[in-house]
Design a protein around this ligand. Structure first.
Ligand code: FAD
Ligand code: NAP
Ligand code: NAG
Ligand code: NAG
Ligand code: NAG
Ligand code: NAG
Ligand code: NAG
Ligand code: NAG
Length: 554
């Protein structure tokens, strides 16, 4: 035990004696009664969150299976020149279970052209290439975009290219023997931990045996015979971690006429597409491009292509969320951007084989836009949860702040930013499933109201975690809960991140958000005056919260 840990123990003991009543009210918990000991655990997704979950579970001797639809780890950060299959117009269902064969297990072989799909198309539909482009850099600084155990070298720049993060996440995977090409020694009786190229198509609970049943689909490329092998099977688990990520499927806005325009092409190329397929700027040379959306993808793609375009137009709508952190993108559009209001409708096209230049786009202010060569829909993503089956969000409402599904705490959803929260959350569910920590109680309606950041009116009752930085408050909550459990039942103590990190984050927030947001006087306020004259666009410039909003899906 290091002297630091001993010191921390004493401090915590002191704190817990002094504030026992308080601690009890926060952490008055119940040991969950599981129907049997938790031994076999499935993790869905090998991004930054799922890899940490699997590493912690393996370290604590659970029998772990990590399923990832992509051929390699990295999640969002597994870059490829391959682009995802074309999004559906309008949005389709996110349910994979319709494809499951009636008899399981099942094996099928596919040739080029079967069901009208090329082998390439079948392959990319299965693993879904990521929405990351060649020149992408993080919008979070390296100190808050780092996994444990494999620190960046000191000369790593403050803002990271996606290639640096990809290497970083893969090093973490290799360090924990979870990479796709690792052949690490295991006990012969336990199955291999990782299963790549494996889509989890369905998650269900067998109420009779109290186990989770996952329906799995793996594709194998067979280059010798130029085929793809498809395997379907099921596996049973005592507990499941859903780490399937926030940006699962592109969202296409439901604008009248969009389905008609989505069919328009020039030669083989569609003229309208979602930002998920954007990779390189060169092909925009001399074109007039309309970008729909005002968030990070919109502004960053605009910056990337602006040196090439003839004209660059952005269609943005008045923001719902006026916090400073949400306005940063507006300040990032290049200065040649022509801003126009939201699109009301796309007027029907005469033909789908001659592009969209002559097509008319009706804006909500009554004007008509024409002469566009290409439209990039930077309109965000949808996610679904795999469980419960009817869920249309990544996490249902019924979870604790630690990610446990309240009706059945053998299911966990990853919460917070994996870089900063993942290490605590993973240790937390390991402890709960070993029986050495309690599941925190459901929050009262009052707590969740505060967490959603509702305005307190006169400011007198702003909850403590909004006064500082939501992520910091969440980390403190984890540190207190985990160390409280370790004091009672034994276990490793955890430390908060070093205070310098917070200082650096604050500095970064000032440089990258606050100072930029002041420039909104130049573009932003003019831009929004048609919608909301005299209304101040940005209502919260608290730098502690403004840039790094750990509560967001970021
Ligand atoms: C364009 C873009 C830029 C971003 N930039 C930043 C940034 O600068 N800083 C930052 O902190 N964050 C950024 N993010 C957010 C990014 O998602 C997180 O950094 C991080 O990758 C989230 O980790 P995760 O493990 O939760 O999810 P992901 O990285 O999305 O990983 C989830 C994994 O689950 C797999 N999966 C999903 N469903 C299934 C299934 N049914 N079966 C099997 N496998 C499945 C996916 O294939 C994926 O590999 C960005 C996101 C995007 C889209
Ligand atoms: N590191 C990077 O540089 C980088 C780059 C890209 C993305 N990212 C991350 O990836 C995540 C996703 O970002 P994103 O920009 O793709 O998605 P997003 O943040 O969900 O933004 C979607 C945008 O589309 C707008 N929109 C939706 N329908 C519209 C319509 N009908 N008309 C006009 N606008 C419409 C939304 O406006 P409303 O707000 O009004 O709904 C919003 O501005 C974020 O976490 C982001 O940080 C990071
Ligand atoms: C896991 O099992 C190994 C071998 O039995 C043991 O040495 C180790 O202490 C166990 N780890 C934990 C965290 O219980
Ligand atoms: C616009 O940005 C470009 C490149 O950053 C710069 O060279 C130019 O001076 C800017 N123009 C105006 C009017 O600010
Ligand atoms: C609609 O908005 C555009 C872009 O801001 C502007 O040029 C046009 O004049 C506006 N039209 C009307 C009718 O106000
Ligand atoms: C939350 O769980 C409880 C108990 O299982 C259930 O009664 C309630 O309907 C659930 N609420 C939501 C929003 O799912
Ligand atoms: C919620 O807040 C209200 C008013 O602020 C208070 O009267 C009530 O007791 C609170 N409920 C709980 C469960 O804390
Ligand atoms: C932010 O901008 C102000 C005014 O331009 C400048 O004085 C200050 O140094 C900037 N802050 C940082 C941290 O760069």
């Amino acid at each position: 035990m290091s002297s630091y840990t001993i010191l921390l123990t004493f401090i915590l003991l002191g704190v817990s004696i002094l504030t026992q009543a308080h601690l009890q009210s926060v952490f008055e918990t119940q040991k969950p009664i599981f129907h049997h000991p938790i031994e076999r655990v499935a993790v869905v997704g090998a991004g930054p969150a799922g890899l940490q979950a699997a590493a912690h579970l393996v370290e604590h001797n659970f029998t772990v299976r990590l399923f990832e639809r992509a051929p390699h780890p990295g999640g969002t950060w597994f870059y490829s020149e391959e682009t995802p299959s074309r999004e559906s117009y309008p949005d389709d269902s996110l349910d994979y279970s319709a494809q499951i064969p009636l008899q399981l297990p099942a094996t099928k072989y596919y040739q080029e052209g079967d069901d009208g799909l090329t082998l390439e198309e079948r392959w990319t539909r299965h693993w879904r290439p990521r929405p990351v482009w060649s020149s992408l850099f993080t919008n979070s600084p390296k100190i808050s975009t780092e996994l444990p155990d494999v620190p960046y070298t000191p000369d790593t720049p403050y803002v990271l290219s996606h290639r640096t993060i990809q290497r970083h996440v893969r090093s973490y995977a290799s360090h924990h023997c979870l990479n796709s090409n690792d052949h690490c020694p295991r006990t012969p009786s336990s199955p291999q931990v990782t299963s790549y190229s494996t889509l989890v198509a369905k998650v269900e609970k067998d109420e009779a045996s109290h186990v989770w049943i996952l329906t799995l689909r793996r594709l194998n490329r067979l280059p010798e015979s130029n085929r793809i092998q498809e395997e379907w099977w099921t596996e049973a688990f005592d507990a499941v971690v859903l780490a399937s990520g926030p940006y699962v499927s592109p969202h296409v806005p439901d604008i009248p006429g969009i389905v008609d325009w989505s069919k328009a092409r020039i030669n083989e190329d569609y003229c309208m597409y979602h930002s998920q397929s954007y990779r390189h700027p060169e092909r925009y040379a001399g074109k007039t491009v309309l970008i729909v959306g005002a968030s990070v993808s919109a502004s960053e793609i605009a910056r990337d292509i602006s040196p090439f375009t003839h004209r660059l137009i952005a269609s943005v709508r008045p923001p719902k969320d006026t916090r400073g952190s949400r306005q940063r993108s507006l300040t990032r559009f290049p200065n040649i951007t022509e801003f126009v209001p939201e699109v009301a409708s796309f007027q029907s096209l005469q033909t789908h084989t001659n592009g969209i230049r002559t097509g008319e786009i009706l804006l909500v202010n009554g004007s008509v836009l024409q002469g566009i060569d290409e439209i990039i829909l930077a309109t965000g993503y949808r996610s679904s949860a795999l469980y419960p089956p009817t869920s249309t969000t990544r996490r249902p409402e019924n979870i604790t702040w630690t990610g446990h599904y309240i009706p059945d705490p053998t299911l966990v959803y990853t919460v917070g930013r994996p870089w900063t929260i993942g290490r605590y959350q993973s240790y937390g569910f390991v402890q709960v499933w070993k029986g050495t920590a309690d599941v925190p109680p459901p929050e009262s309606t009052n707590d969740s109201k505060l967490k959603d950041g509702e305005d307190e009116g006169d400011g007198s009752t702003i909850p403590y975690w909004r006064e500082m930085w939501y992520g910091e408050a969440l980390i403190r909550r984890y540190v207190t809960w985990l160390n409280d459990a370790s004091l009672k039942d034994g276990g490793r103590f955890v430390d908060p991140p070093p205070i310098e990190h917070l200082e650096l984050l604050k500095y970064y927030a000032v440089v990258h958000l606050l100072n930029n947001t002041q420039q909104l006087e130049g573009i932003g306020l003019n831009l929004f005056s048609p919608f909301s004259p005299n209304q101040h666009l940005v209502t919260d410039l608290n730098p502690w919260d403004a840039f790094v909003d750990e509560d967001a899906d970021w």
